[in-house]
Design a binder for this molecule. Structure first.
Ligand SMILES: *Cc1c(COP(=O)(O)O)cnc(C)c1O
Length: 396
């Protein structure tokens, strides 16, 4: 037998973390890594944050799980806080990002169904998008590596070029339910929507009775220095999928919606055994207590600007390797020149310089530090990147 007990769907690297301390991961042999990947934008408070640890320990000892058949004082309280701070009127809690997107798609279809337009089922999504790995969410992407061999997928999706308002407009017909879009694409290459594109989609929705569904699983939850990325654009969605940062490492997600958009989601239409259980809610509250306030968000913006400026200063010194910096806040991407391969450079930084980053589409190195980084961590990252670039270029 050659298959491994752990299903080999990930090309796992040699880093084998067994402990985390703030912005660092420690491997099996005691080696330390500066973690500027954060579990792919998840560990917004770093590793072992005392508020998160305490919330888990206290809630686990009090009440970990009950069925959603019972009243949920914990869920009601956290949902009310999310509603108070966002466009939304109502929240469905999930265990992951893909489940949050699934709920968003179901909510949009149900809206048109109860609204007297059951034919409006088509969701328009965008090239290089990533919405998760369920059959529904892979139906909303055009990336062959995620789709091949899993067909037939869900019908009712049309993928058009990202940041192309004319293409999005042209795809709208009488069967369209709405758009599903990441305000800033993560896996696709840390590409922000243009202002014209996202506000244009909002207008199209308003003019044609369609729903704007935002996937803020990666770009949301303080990552860009505002609570949600759409706030940079001065628009609000009708439905929004959230996950990653919301639990700071605890698996949870949420689908947020306006009262109007959620009007089809009545008792019996949707569910989840674990979603929103008391343990998840306690963690969600603890993360929100620390991260979702003006002071914390302002600090994310300041650190983001500092990191970005430092990255930009690296470019002229390594202009055979680095092309440009992109992204917003602490969701940054370093685009490499075509002659270099982002995956290889990420591996080099990891194996030879103890710096963890993630590669993304369009030959981009994703830089996604915990949102609690200090200036010293920025300096350490820049040192490692600079040294890494020097010997990577020398070896090339
Ligand atoms: C990570 C991600 C998802 C999927 O989240 P899972 O928790 O892995 O299901 C969906 N959308 C975006 C934008 C993501 O970055």
């Amino acid at each position: 037998m050659t298959i491994t007990p752990l299903m080999p769907v990930y090309p796992r690297c040699g880093v084998r973390p067994v402990r985390g301390e703030g912005c660092y991961l420690i491997g099996e042999r005691g080696e330390r890594y500066l973690d500027f990947a954060s579990g792919i934008a998840v560990n917004i408070l770093g590793h072992g944050h005392p508020a998160v640890v305490k919330a888990i320990a206290d809630q686990a000892a009090t009440l970990m799980h009950v069925s959603n058949l019972y009243g949920s004082p914990q869920g009601e309280h956290f949902a009310a806080r999310l509603v108070e701070k966002t466009f939304a009127d109502t929240v469905f809690f999930t265990n992951s990002g893909a489940e949050a997107v699934e709920c968003a798609i179901k909510t949009a279809r149900r809206y048109h169904y109860v609204n007297g337009s059951p034919e409006r089922t088509k969701i328009i999504s965008f090239s290089s998008a990533f919405h998760g790995r369920t059959l529904g969410t892979i139906s909303a992407t055009n990336q062959p590596k995620m789709r091949d061999g899993f067909e037939p997928l869900l019908s009712g999706f049309e993928v058009v070029p990202f940041n192309d308002l004319a293409a999005a407009t042209a795809a709208v017909d009488e069967t369209t339910a709405g758009f599903l879009v990441e305000p800033i694409q993560g896996e696709g290459g840390m590409t922000p929507s243009s202002h014209e594109f996202l506000t244009g989609l909002r207008k199209l929705c308003d003019n044609h009775g369609m729903l704007l569904i935002l996937d803020e699983v990666q770009c949301g939850y303080a990552r860009t220095g505002l609570f949600f990325a759409h706030e940079h654009y001065g628009i609000t969605p009708d439905i929004m999928a959230v996950a990653k940062g919301i639990g700071g490492g605890f698996p949870m997600g949420a689908c947020l919606a306006t009262e109007e958009a959620a009007k089809g989601m009545i008792a019996g239409t949707h569910g989840s055994t674990y979603g929103g259980n008391p343990l998840a809610m306690a963690v969600g509250e603890a993360v929100m207590d620390v991260a979702i306030n003006d002071e914390f968000l302002a600090n994310v913006r300041a650190k983001g600007e500092r990191l970005r400026a430092s990255l930009e200063q690296l470019i002229p010194n390594h202009d055979h390797l680095f092309e440009s910096v992109r992204g917003v806040g602490l969701m940054l991407g370093l685009k490499l020149k075509e002659s270099a391969e982002s995956r290889a450079f990420v591996a080099h930084l990891r194996d030879n310089h103890g710096l963890l980053t993630v590669s993304a589409g369009e030959n981009v190195v994703r830089i996604l530090p915990p949102l609690i980084i200090e200036d010293s961590h920025i300096a350490e990252c820049i040192e490692k990147l600079s040294a890494g670039a020097r010997d990577f270029e020398a070896a090339a």
